[in-house]
Design a protein around this ligand. Structure first.
Ligand SMILES: C[S@@+](CC[C@H](N)C(=O)[O-])C[C@H]1O[C@@H](n2cnc3c(N)ncnc32)[C@H](O)[C@@H]1O
Length: 317
């Protein structure tokens, strides 16, 4: 870390979302590029900006040294003196090596709003990353007709409200020796000043009453109740709000095995045909399910959801 606050970081994300994360870091004012497993970024206060402001990142590592492989032992000794107690991660990169440290300290997807873990919730960072990949910016209505614990709807409301995800948290780097607290406070203030009332509604529903109650509790803990409407409803009966808007949904997986799951996909298919002009993102665990939906996806990307290979299908019905 230099005296002018110029820093180089590596931010990790769900595999498949590297370009999305890189674009998000660019939007935060950093010079970023996708690399396998995440994005590298340079810039003033890169560590604070990524920890406080990135929704798609799961972790942020700050590069404390980069040099020829032969120099790593002395660099380690030097850094151990400057950053006592900070664990260093060594990484060979061809002829060169790097020493980095975990700047966040705990996973960034733990935003602090989840009341209890529902069945198969999406990671907050993955939900946010998929919203960004879909192009959601809060200016159009957002619909999640299979909301489960509400992850997508809550992350959408936070994004639409431009509320930086890390504002209410502290991070490991803030306790490091030599940390410039005034600079981090300035970053916090800058990000906090972006908050707004979302211009469009976020609508979430699920056929399961327990899921709807849990989503409500989570929305309350996240402070987004005024911006989100959560209802108990079958996806096939959802009345879309005046659009066009964005729809992001994470239906149940396991189509080949389960008749009930097949019914869920049929209900989603019937809803899709009532969303002309919308942009619809579907996180599918099985490529075969695409056949249950009307039309072909305009694009598809491979993403990993908790180690499971999934396809993110984007429809423009
Ligand atoms: C994989 S979970 C969604 C998890 C959610 N993204 C989260 O983070 O908690 C799938 C959800 O779809 C709901 N579901 C399945 N079929 C449905 C249908 N026909 N209509 C509405 N909800 C349905 C289930 O009740 C379940 O909550």
């Amino acid at each position: 870390m230099s005296e002018r606050g110029q820093e180089r970081i590596f931010a990790a994300c769900a595999p498949g979302l590297e370009p999305t994360l890189s674009r998000e870091l660019l939007g935060l004012g950093l010079d970023a590029r996708p690399v396998p497993g995440g994005a590298e970024a340079d810039g003033a206060d890169a560590t604070a900006l990524a920890c406080l402001g990135s929704r798609a990142a799961d972790a942020v590592k700050v590069r404390l040294w980069e040099g020829p492989a032969g120099g790593i032992a002395s660099a380690r000794r030097d850094l151990a003196r400057r950053f006592p107690g900070v664990e260093l991660e060594a990484r060979p990169a061809g002829e060169r090596s790097t020493l980095s440290a975990d700047a966040a300290g705990s996973p960034l997807f733990k935003r602090g709003w989840r009341a209890r873990v529902g069945a198969a919730p999406l990671r907050e960072s993955l939900a946010a990353g998929l919203l960004l990949e879909l192009g959601f910016d809060g200016s159009r209505p957002l619909l999640d007709p299979m909301c489960g614990s509400g992850t997508i709807a809550i992350e959408a409301a936070l994004l639409a409200a431009r509320r930086a995800p890390g504002l209410g948290r502290s991070f490991a780097f803030e306790a490091w020796p030599g940390h410039d607290a005034a600079r981090t406070t300035a970053v916090r203030d800058r990000l906090a000043a972006l908050s707004r009332t979302p211009p469009s509604p976020v609508l979430a529903s699920d056929r399961n009453g327990g899921a709807v109650r849990l989503a409500g509790k989570n929305a309350e803990a996240a402070g987004v109740v005024p911006f989100v409407r959560i209802e108990r409803r079958d996806a096939g009966d959802v009345e879309p709000p005046p659009g066009p808007g964005d729809c992001l949904v994470n239906p149940p997986y396991g189509i080949r095995l389960d008749r009930e799951v097949e019914e869920s996909w049929k209900a989603l298919g019937s809803l899709l045909s009532r969303l002309p002009g919308w942009t619809v993102g579907v996180l599918a665990g099985d490529a075969a399910v695409a056949r249950m939906l009307p039309g072909n996806p305009a694009r598809a990307i491979e993403v990993q959801n908790g180690g499971i290979r999934c396809r993110f299908l984007v429809y423009t019905p």
